[in-house]
Design a binder for this molecule. Sequence first.
Ligand code: KMH
Ligand code: ZN
Length: 277
Amino acid sequence: MSDVLITAAINGAEVTRAQTPYLPVTPDEIGEESRRCVEAGAAIIHLHGRTADGVPTQDIDTFRAYFEAIREHSEVIVQFSTGGAVGMSVEERIVALCLRPDMATLTTGTTNFGDEVFENTLPAIRVIADRMQQFEVKPEIEVFDLGMLDTARRLSDEGVLGPKLHVDFVMGVPGAMAADEGHLAYLVSCLPSGWTWCVAGIGRHELRVARWAIERGGHVRVGLEDNLFVDKGVLARGSFELVERVVAMAREAGRAPMPLVAARKLLGVREPRYPVG
Ligand code: KMH
Ligand code: ZN
């Protein structure tokens, strides 16, 4: 089997410093945490914006500062969230795409998200996809339920999204798709040829789900955005510890962490981007 492409989702929009002191917030912290994740084996850094107080923001200056802090040490694939936090407007969610990150996420449907609703109407999805095309940003499709994969296929067929997409199956969000191995097997069987996939398990499901992906030839996302603990009751000291766990699991299964150049080739984002403007 091929190497495992590992994404580190290092901050998210929901986790707080009250839950873990290891959450990176400032550009320096984001730069340092990214460096540790890259050293551990991650090839993609998935980013949300936070103010200095930890409040979620999609502010362009925040993303620029994060992007620059990461580029000080690495040409890792930088992936901005366009999901932001529940309740943000679509315009707010996509304002930083003009910085031309290597990649950005795109959720292709509305889902329950705990007690809240993460809204992605079809018109909103088209607006986000258009903005990505405008700045030639490679999407990663976030799939919280099966219908989102169908929508991604439809938009790909229409040419709104590219022909060969990278999909992240998000499993275990309360109110959405469960962390179930049978679900994963079926989702993978539905993927059009040439598409690539990874899995993000939420909370205690994170490392269990990672193992399924490793065994099935898929790729893995881990990080504090999705899970705070490296073992039961033991806080991860950063997303890098979760990346280290995935690397160990992959090696046990005879796979290695995918080097950056190979990851860029796989995803079709060969040239590292730098923040513009
Ligand atoms: N924070 C969630 C509402 C993404 O990054 O694109 C959405 C999310 C997905 O995390
Ligand atoms: Zn995210």
